[in-house]
Structure formats: structure tokens, C-alpha cells
Design a protein around this ligand. Structure first.
Ligand code: ADP
Ligand code: MG
Length: 634
């Protein structure tokens, strides 16, 4: 081949691709062999795309070619650079597609990949390149020059060849290629010559591409297992197999949380191997690009992303479902309305849920991690799929006032309930710590009753949808009418605390009423507070009060809702303020104190419109306290 001075049909790589290539060409990476994984993965994608084309289109070029991948290391003269060739009989690319797909399309993946390398020095690019949709370029880690010959499945399209040495630009021109698909000729760098070796190539195929669903021939011999792992009996499949299969299917390099492998013959034939991934968000461009599972029949893929088998709130589950009862030429719409698919869906849904439940029971710590990642998906499921309540509620987990940071299920809660307890209690808060400080908990702590801490904003949103569980009502403990079982005999160590005289207390309550005015429904004595001076409770008939907290986030003109202010008569702060009302009713501390108590309670409830508004008052209170500390040193 000649290299012309003036290059015809030359195109510049997009800037971000140029940068990416610059890195790949000039650095030495330990896992260079992943270039083969990426090329094989592209070949496999191209074959799958062709396969789907043939389902609806008979008019394709070279219809009888076997769907397969061929890797060759041709013999070369000693003084010649070594080469390898990767061929597929997939969908191919036209000349224009070569230009766009391999260099001129804007590549957000390349930019993200570069940003990732920049942000994390430790990272090995070979670990992540496949996840950014730029896998093809990894070939330049090992290549001095790459030629991509391709012929599209479209009958009238001519074959073309793409050539580049991985620097500034590439060329694309028409070429001769008698058969369909893509053929990549890689001229190896001197230090990558080890790859031009059948044995080595087979080893790499085995390592990364064993379960690719098309045969991969290395110098004429099939090198991948290509078996349907899901058709084996679960007892014949090892943990390692599951991991490897999952990895090759998804290119997600975090092992799955669980593999769900089962077979059934009635009411419908099914062999399935499904996985719960570790993360909700896969790598931006992981191999599986959409939710849904792969639907097979008789070992043939009929739908790559089938979403009709599992509800939306389980669509993070990935894997294979294979049924011999499905006919091979079902189209997309037919899949949806197919009775067999409906049977399949029922079976698959049941099995997946059973497995998740088992995980929750047998491996609570693993489940807690899973919950961190997917709990919200389930909660969204509750909000959107009314039929799923029975299935989802047992899977819910919350921290509780007695669980020490651990998560408890509603069932565990029921088991631990006091005998006389009739309801499931929960308190809303922004986080576990502030929930722990809630004045509503006073009486529960005293009676050693457990309260669920609903600290996810979604919990407040879901509250109206969860009126009860297994016959027990769920009850927000900010409720004014709440009556707890067996009130303990009152007054223990409190007996010593001076009781505030009736008249003083009433005067203080009156002062609260005049100070707070319209902002509260009522001010009254609390029967339950222990260590907190005041709290805000909801009037008995308050509707959907959980939504108030959510309004705060959503509504610009949000105003704090009206609640009942309950005052703890035995609290020393209240006693001091009440005495002050009696002795010096006009002391500014009285009003400041009442305002601050009220707003602190709002804040505690997550209802304060703007906590920063409290700062000037806090400053004033500090000034008074400091002034007193100076004039009356103790
Ligand atoms: P990704 O595979 O994530 O899309 P790549 O950089 O690996 O990213 O490939 C870029 C694009 O080039 C592919 O999306 C595809 O359109 C095209 N391509 C690469 N290899 C082949 C091939 N063997 N056959 C057909 N098209 C291919
Ligand atoms: Mg790719």
C-alpha cells in the first residue's frame, strides 16, 4: 500500500476521540488484552442486530452466511509486522456509517471517560473503557494501524474500508469485500506481537467472551463455550460461572448481588437465569443498554430487552428467560399480548420475589445493602403499582428507635410489639439523628415502645397509601389523639422536680397564645412530654399531614401548617419562663423565648419554612444570656 502525501477521503477524528486516542496510543497498560473483548463484543452486537433485522426483513445481503465470529493470526514473513484479523458476519457498516461510527460522531462517552481518568489517578483505563461506548478505540493500545473493511446487510450498499494509525485522522474509501459484515485488520505494535498467537487468542476469548452467543473461531477452531448456561441444572453451575456469565452479558464488573436460576415445565416451560446487579445505575454505556431481560425460545433470542415479564419496579433485574413454549417468530406486539408470555411473567415475577425475600431473611446484611440501592425503586413501585402492595410491603425496611441504626421490617416490628400494642408507630424526620431527638418519642422511650423512623422524603409521600399492615394500623406519633397502652405509673425521678403552680402555668400558656396568635391552633398542656419542653402535634382530624413536609420542598410560597403546641409543665425551662411571665411580664426574654420554642419545634418537625430566619433571634438571646452571665456571675 502506498501512503499518499495528500490524503484523499480523509476525516479528522472528533476532538474528544483524538484526546482519547492520544492516551491509548502513548501509554502502556497492563491489561491490553481487553481490546479483543471489545472487538468481539462489537462483533456480537453486530450479529444480534442482523438477527433482529432478519426477523422482519427478507431482503438482506448474503442471507445464508453463518452468524459467527472469526479470529485469525495469519503467518507473515519474519521482517513483516505481525497481524491479527477479527471478522464477523453481522450487520456491517456502509461507508457513511464507518465515517460516523468510528470517528466523527460526537462522543460524550469519550469525554466522560477522559474526565474519569483525570479525576482518578489510580484508575486503569482498561478496566473502564468498555463502559463508555468507546471500546473500539482500545484496539489502538496494541495497533500501529487498523483497517476496518465492512459491507452492510443493505443490498445496494458498497463495501468500504476505514484506515487509521490512531493519530489525527482516518480515511474511508470504497473497497472490495464479497461477503457481509466487518473485518478488522490489526497491524500489531512491536511490543504487542504476543497477541499474534492462536493459543494466546483462545485464552483471551475464554477469559472474556466464553458465553458470547455466537461461535468464535480462532484459526478455525471454536474457542468459546457458547453454551446456554441457563439450561444447565442449578446444581451444576458454580458461583464463579454465574459471575462470569453475568459479567460477559452486562460488562458490569461488579459481581451481582444474587443470581436467580430456575426451571419449570408447568404451567409453562421456562429456564431462566436472572441477576440482581449491585448498583442501580450501570456504567453509563454498559453492554445492556435498556431495562428488560433477554427472551429466548429454543435457544434463539427473540427479544433483547423484554419488559413484559417483570413489573417496572423490578426492572433492574437482568438476565435470560428461555421458554420452549414460545414460537420463534413472535413479534414485539405479539409478545405483549401473548398468553404464554403472561404465564411466564407470573412465574418469573413470583420466583424473583421469592428470591429477594429469601435474601432478606437469610442474608440481612446483604439485603440492607441491596435496600440502600433499590429500596427507593420499591417505594416508587408502591406509589405506582397498586396491585403490588402485598408483595412490596414485606420487603420494606426502616431504621427504628430501638434498632441502633439497623433496618427492621414491618414483620420484625410486629413480632417485637408489646402485647397490648395495637398499632405500628412511625415518626417523620429528615434523618435518623434528628428523628432520635423528636419530642414525640418521649413517651415511647419511657414505655420502651418501638417507633419506625421514616427519614426518606418518599416515606412521607407514601404514608397515605399505607394505612395498615397485617391488620395493624400505621400511626404517625405526632398525633394529638394518640393514646398509648398501659400508661406507666407516673412520677419517678420527676417527683423531685418542683411542680409549676397552676396559675403560673396558665399565665404562661396565655402568653403563648397571644404571642403565637394565628400560627397555632391551640396551646395546651402536654400529658406525655418528658425531656422536651414543647412539641407540635397534628389536630386529630388533620388530613394527609405527611404531605406538609413535602410541600416545603415543592412549594415556593410554602407556609408552616397550623399545629397544636403542647407544653411540658414539668420542664425547667418552661418553669423559668413561666415565673418570668409572672414577675416581669414585659421582659423581652418572654416573647423571644416563646417564639424560639415554637420555631425550634417547627424545625424539629421538618416544617420550618426557612431556618436561617431564626438567626437574628438566636443572636438576641445570646446577647441577653451573655449580659446576664456578666452581671450575675455564679
Ligand atoms: P459501542 O460498542 O459501545 O457502541 P464502540 O466504540 O465499541 O462503542 O463501537 C462504536 C460503534 O461502531 C458501534 O456502536 C457500532 O455502530 C460500530 N461498530 C463497531 N464495530 C462494529 C462491527 N463489528 N460491526 C458493525 N458495527 C460496528
Ligand atoms: Mg463496543
Amino acid at each position: 500500500m502506498t501512503t499518499a502525501e495528500k490524503i484523499p477521503n480523509a476525516y479528522n477524528f472528533k476532538t474528544e476521540v483524538k484526546q482519547l486516542l492520544n492516551i491509548l496510543v502513548h501509554s502502556l497498560y497492563k491489561e491490553q488484552d481487553i481490546f479483543l473483548r471489545e472487538l468481539v463484543s462489537n462483533a456480537s452486537d453486530a450479529l444480534t442486530r442482523l438477527h433482529f433485522e432478519t426477523l422482519t426483513n427478507r431482503d438482506i445481503f448474503d442471507p445464508d452466511a453463518e452468524l459467527a465470529i472469526y479470529i485469525e493470526a495469519p503467518e507473515v514473513e519474519d521482517d513483516q509486522p505481525k497481524r491479527i484479523i477479527i471478522k464477523d458476519t453481522g450487520i456491517g457498516m456502509t461507508k457513511d456509517e464507518l465515517v460516523t461510527n468510528l470517528g466523527t460522531i460526537a462522543q460524550s462517552g469519550a469525554r466522560e471517560f477522559l474526565a474519569k481518568l483525570e479525576s482518578d489517578e489510580e484508575i486503569d483505563p482498561t478496566d473502564v473503557i468498555g463502559q463508555f461506548g468507546v471500546g473500539f478505540y482500545s484496539v489502538f493500545m496494541v495497533a500501529d494501524e487498523v483497517r476496518v473493511f465492512s459491507r452492510s446487510y443493505k443490498k445496494r450498499a458498497k463495501a468500504a474500508v476505514w484506515v487509521s494509525d490512531g493519530s489525527e485522522r482516518f480515511t474511508v474509501e470504497t473497497a472490495e469485500k464479497p461477503n457481509r459484515g466487518t473485518e478488522i485488520h490489526v497491524t500489531l505494535k512491536k511490543d504487542a506481537e504476543e497477541f499474534a498467537n492462536s493459543w494466546k487468542l483462545k485464552q483471551i476469548v475464554k477469559k472474556y467472551s466464553d458465553f458470547v452467543r455466537y461461535p468464535i473461531y480462532v484459526d478455525g477452531e471454536q474457542a468459546n463455550e457458547q453454551e446456554s448456561l441457563w439450561r444447565k441444572r442449578p446444581s451444576d453451575v458454580t458461583e464463579e460461572d454465574y459471575k462470569k456469565f453475568y459479567q460477559q452479558m452486562t460488562m458490569d464488573f461488579e459481581p451481582p448481588v444474587a443470581a436467580i436460576h430456575f426451571a419449570a415445565d408447568a404451567p409453562v416451560n421456562v429456564r431462566a437465569m436472572l441477576f440482581i446487579p449491585a448498583k442501580r445505575e450501570p456504567g453509563i454505556l454498559a453492554a445492556r443498554k435498556e431495562p428488560g431481560v433477554m427472551l429466548y425460545s429454543h435457544n434463539v433470542l427473540i427479544q433483547e430487552y423484554c419488559t413484559d415479564l417483570l413489573p417496572d419496579w423490578l426492572n433492574f433485574v437482568d438476565g435470560v428467560v428461555d421458554s420452549e413454549d414460545l414460537s420463534l417468530n413472535v413479534s414485539r406486539e405479539m409478545v405483549q399480548n401473548n398468553r404464554i408470555v403472561q404465564h411466564l411473567a407470573k412465574t418469573v415475577r413470583g420466583r424473583v420475589l421469592r428470591q429477594i425475600k429469601r435474601l432478606a431473611e437469610k442474608e440481612p446484611e446483604k439485603y440492607a445493602q441491596f435496600w440502600q440501592e433499590f429500596g427507593r425503586v420499591f417505594k416508587e413501585g408502591l406509589a405506582t403499582d397498586f396491585t403490588a402492595k402485598e408483595e412490596i410491603m414485606p420487603l420494606l425496611r426502616y431504621p427504628s428507635s430501638k434498632s441502633d441504626g439497623k433496618l427492621v421490617s414491618l414483620d420484625t416490628y410486629l413480632e417485637n410489639m408489646a402485647e397490648s400494642q395495637e398499632e405500628i408507630f412511625y415518626v417523620l424526620a429528615d434523618d435518623v439523628k434528628s428523628a432520635g431527638r423528636s419530642p414525640h418519642l418521649d413517651q415511647f422511650k419511657e414505655r420502651d415502645l418501638e417507633v419506625l423512623l421514616w427519614v426518606d422524603p418518599l416515606d412521607a409521600f407514601l404514608a397515605p397509601m399505607l394505612p395498615e399492615y397485617k391488620g395493624k394500623k400505621l400511626r404517625n406519633i405526632d398525633d394529638a389523639g394518640l393514646e398509648l397502652p398501659d400508661q406507666p405509673e407516673t412520677e419517678t425521678d420527676d417527683d423531685q422536680k418542683p411542680e409549676l403552680a397552676e396559675a403560673d402555668f396558665n399565665r404562661f400558656v396565655g402568653k403563648c397564645v397571644t404571642t403565637l396568635g394565628e400560627r397555632v391552633v391551640e396551646v395546651r398542656e402536654s400529658k406525655v412530654l418528658k425531656n422536651s419542653p414543647v412539641r407540635l402535634v397534628s389536630p386529630r382530624d388533620a388530613q394527609n399531614r405527611e404531605m406538609d413536609r413535602i410541600q416545603r420542598f415543592m412549594d415556593k410560597d410554602y407556609q408552616a401548617p397550623k399545629r397544636i403546641l403542647e407544653v411540658n409543665r414539668r420542664h425547667p425551662l418552661i418553669a423559668d419562663l413561666a415565673h418570668l411571665v409572672t414577675s416581669e411580664p414585659d421582659n423581652p426574654l418572654v416573647q423571644l423565648g416563646i417564639e424560639q420554642l415554637y420555631e425550634s419545634a417547627l424545625l424539629q418537625e421538618g416544617l420550618h419554612p426557612n431556618p436561617a430566619d431564626m438567626l437574628p433571634r438566636i443572636q438576641q438571646l445570646l446577647e441577653i444570656a451573655a449580659g446576664q452571665a456578666v452581671t450575675e456571675p455564679s
